[in-house]
Ligand binder design. Structure first.
Ligand code: T3D
Length: 265
């Protein structure tokens, strides 16, 4: 298995109009995560990181599921890695890569997102769900704890009380309820999901890349610091983006009453 997107077998990686679309592609197993898929997903995120023409990412699933989490059949294979090692060495790097990526990720949640599949959805910057999509913290059903960041993201996204209920009981949360709890930005008809996700990614791709990257980092950092530190962090980042050509272009475009043309400089 190589890290070349052209050779991926478990997902599709397509770049067009400054948007990279990553489609988990094992629909017969509801896009459950195998070692090859985790390896290829990490490689796909690496490909985005290297390709400065990509300004936004869409992550979605092929077929009726977004992702059913760890492939439980693979886990039963005799040579399966010990759980702790699998989480440390294959799941955690995926979540770190998604959060560390300086481009925004739009999760196009086309169907059920279960176990670590839900965690992947939580690690996206913006989630848009199809009407039939759902989130299931299925870990407990197989005697495991929520992983891949689920215990970190969920309380921050929906609040501690709902997070505890979802994580402990493992009940399915329908898309409409996910929207009500703030877990997804919006819910759209299934046949509108791809276009709507692309529309959001296109808007993100047209914004100033450095400002978008710094905004993503600042929002992430705000979750673990006090207000004084966040204020200082904002001032620091404003200093960085304030010196960019894109900031000057934004000001000029405002004064000239025209749309800005951001280059990333
Ligand atoms: O390495 C480690 O183990 C550590 C990391 C763990 C992280 C985790 O993700 S643990 C949690 C793993 N995921 C699950 O427990 C979810 C298991 N799946 C389900 O609960 C259900 O399939 C769903 C709620 C996602 C969807 O239900 P439904 O009724 O719509 O579909 P289904 O009939 O259950 O599944 C359809 C097919 O997909 C079926 O295959 P078959 O029988 O038609 O050949 C089913 O076996 C397969 N499938 C679904 N989920 C998985 C899976 N195959 C392998 N692994 C799966 N996770």
């Amino acid at each position: 298995m190589s890290g070349d997107p052209a050779t991926f077998a478990t997902l599709r990686y397509e770049v067009a109009d400054a948007i990279a679309t990553i489609t988990l592609d094992r629909p017969e197993a509801l896009n459950a995560l195998t070692v090859p898929m985790k390896t290829e997903l990490l490689a796909a995120l690496g490909a985005v990181a290297r390709d400065r023409t990509v300004r936004a990412v869409v992550l979605t699933g092929q077929g009726r599921a977004f992702c059913a989490g760890q492939d439980l059949k693979e886990r039963l294979e005799p040579d399966a890695a010990p759980l702790e090692a699998e989480v440390r060495e294959r799941y955690n790097p995926l979540i770190s890569a998604m959060r560390g990526l300086d481009r925004p990720i739009v999760g196009a949640i086309n169907g059920v997102a279960a176990g670590a599949g839900a965690s992947l959805a939580f690690a996206c910057d913006i989630r848009i769900a199809a009407e039939g999509a759902s989130f299931v913290l299925a870990f407990g059903r197989v005697g495991l704890v929520p992983d891949s960041g689920a215990t970190w993201f969920l309380p921050r996204l929906v609040g501690p009380a709902k997070a505890a209920e979802l994580a402990l009981l493992g009940d399915s949360l329908a898309a409409a309820d996910a929207e009500r709890f703030g877990l997804v930005a919006r819910v759209v008809a299934a046949d509108a999901l791809a276009a709507e996700s692309r529309r959001v990614a296109t808007r993100l791709a047209a914004l100033a890349p450095q400002a978008i990257a710094q905004t993503k980092r600042a929002l992430q950092r705000s979750w673990s610091v006090d207000l004084e530190t966040a204020l200082e962090d904002e001032a620091y980042r404003q200093g960085i983006v304030g010196a960019t050509a894109d900031h000057a272009e934004g000001l000029a475009a405002f004064l000239e009453k025209r749309p800005p043309r951001f280059t990333g400089e």
